[in-house]
Ligand binder design. Structure first.
Ligand SMILES: [Fe+2]
Length: 198
């Protein structure tokens, strides 16, 4: 016959939730676990480092789009309100693809705002509302920074044999950002609204 014990886990009901738990991390940021991907650890470490930088900057760009979607002013409000939200959704999709690529390579993806703020290279925008041309300029600068990082990351991935990372950066990150740049940049052309220049 089993003896009774006073220890918590023996006397606790089987349906009692165990709350307020903490433990050591199961994997440190900046490390990779070894999945059988036929890619050296050094290659996976380098790719995850590049991808985490692009991920942090993409999260900031994604959130810039939502900030500007909400804080718009002026006669282009409606079209830009819709366009900014479309780009926000597309950047959110890239965030998920980048983060899951990092995890696929055995790494740890940056996720939370305070960690993003520490890692991003995009200039911090104020909490205040800004004029439309400033909003557009900030977006274009963020796109260009990400495009530079993505092209460098894509080349380094190819040189190291990490074709999956190269494909993600070229087919998704670079192509999406290039197209969004076109749509935003055209809003900074000072064309006459009613009367053509003579
Ligand atoms: Fe909205």
């Amino acid at each position: 016959m089993p003896t009774k014990t006073s220890s918590n886990h023996k006397t606790r009901s089987r349906v009692t939730p165990i709350l307020n738990q903490r433990s050591k991390p199961v994997q440190e940021f900046g490390t990779v676990v070894n999945y059988p991907l036929a890619l050296d650890e050094s290659v996976r470490l380098h790719s995850t480092k590049n991808l985490n930088q692009i991920l942090a900057d993409t999260m900031v760009l994604r959130d810039l789009y939502k900030k500007h979607h909400w804080q718009l002013t002026g006669h282009t409000f409606y079209q830009l309100h819709l366009l900014f939200d479309k780009h926000y959704e597309e950047q959110a999709e890239l965030v998920d693809e980048l983060a899951e690529r990092i995890q696929t390579l055995g790494g740890v993806a940056i996720a939370l705002a305070h960690d993003v703020a520490e890692h991003t290279k995009i200039e911090r925008a104020p909490i205040h509302r800004e004029e439309v041309p400033v909003q557009l300029s900030r977006l274009l600068e963020a796109h260009e920074l990400i495009l530079k990082e993505a092209r460098k990351g894509a080349k380094e991935a190819t040189d190291a044999g990490d074709d999956g990372t190269n494909d993600l950066l070229v087919s998704d990150v670079i192509r999406t950002n290039e197209l969004q740049v076109w749509f935003i940049a055209e809003h900074l052309v000072a064309t006459p609204a009613v009367e053509a220049d003579s």
